[in-house]
Design a protein around this ligand. Sequence first.
Ligand SMILES: NC(=O)c1ccc[n+]([C@@H]2O[C@H](COP(=O)([O-])OP(=O)(O)OC[C@H]3O[C@@H](n4cnc5c(N)ncnc54)[C@H](OP(=O)(O)O)[C@@H]3O)[C@@H](O)[C@H]2O)c1
Length: 174
Amino acid sequence: MTSLFDLSQKHILVTGSNAGIGLQIARGLAQHGAHVILNGRNESKLQGAAEALRKEGLSVSEARFDLTQYARTTTGPYTAAKGGLKMLTKAMCADWARFNIQVNAIGPGYFITEMTQILADDPKFDGWVKQRTPAARWGIPSELIGAAVFLSSDASSFVDGQIIYVDGGMSAAL
Ligand SMILES: NC(=O)c1ccc[n+]([C@@H]2O[C@H](COP(=O)([O-])OP(=O)(O)OC[C@H]3O[C@@H](n4cnc5c(N)ncnc54)[C@H](OP(=O)(O)O)[C@@H]3O)[C@@H](O)[C@H]2O)c1
């Protein structure tokens, strides 16, 4: 019997995936059978990430491009705001669902990556995150894999226009 979460027939492009959250999500999707296309702007980071995943026996290829080149001038600034992304997810779902294209999003809380390491090293900011997050800690990027596999697999075939928050309860305690 095929698992609902099986991704072996899928080719998945993970944008911004030569480091940080994107790389962990790419790794997790590939571990669930997908062929993953890694993306980023920096060629050597991209090659390094692809090599590391291949050494783990995972199926990956690379596509170096700057994602912002694909943003229309009107949508770029709009989508830069996380609130805008939330509404964009809903709008894209409304437009595209009839073409059998699902649009969902993952809303991460605070996760330790290269980008946020400087904040995690700041005792004041670190204390604020721990106090503000009900789980009282930072997330680790691999904790986003479950939501990404769910949204990429048949297990979510009728889930559309949703944001799944993976945030240690932060959004529940606003
Ligand atoms: N870390 C958190 O706590 C957290 C929480 C909520 C949301 N987020 C969001 O999640 C995303 C990733 O965060 P992160 O912490 O994983 O950051 P990160 O460690 O800095 O990784 C960012 C990744 O995106 C790629 N990238 C950046 N600009 C790009 C562009 N224009 N086109 C294509 N690829 C691009 C980078 O590679 P190149 O430099 O080679 O392009 C890198 O692979 C960001 O949008 C961030 O705002 C992060």
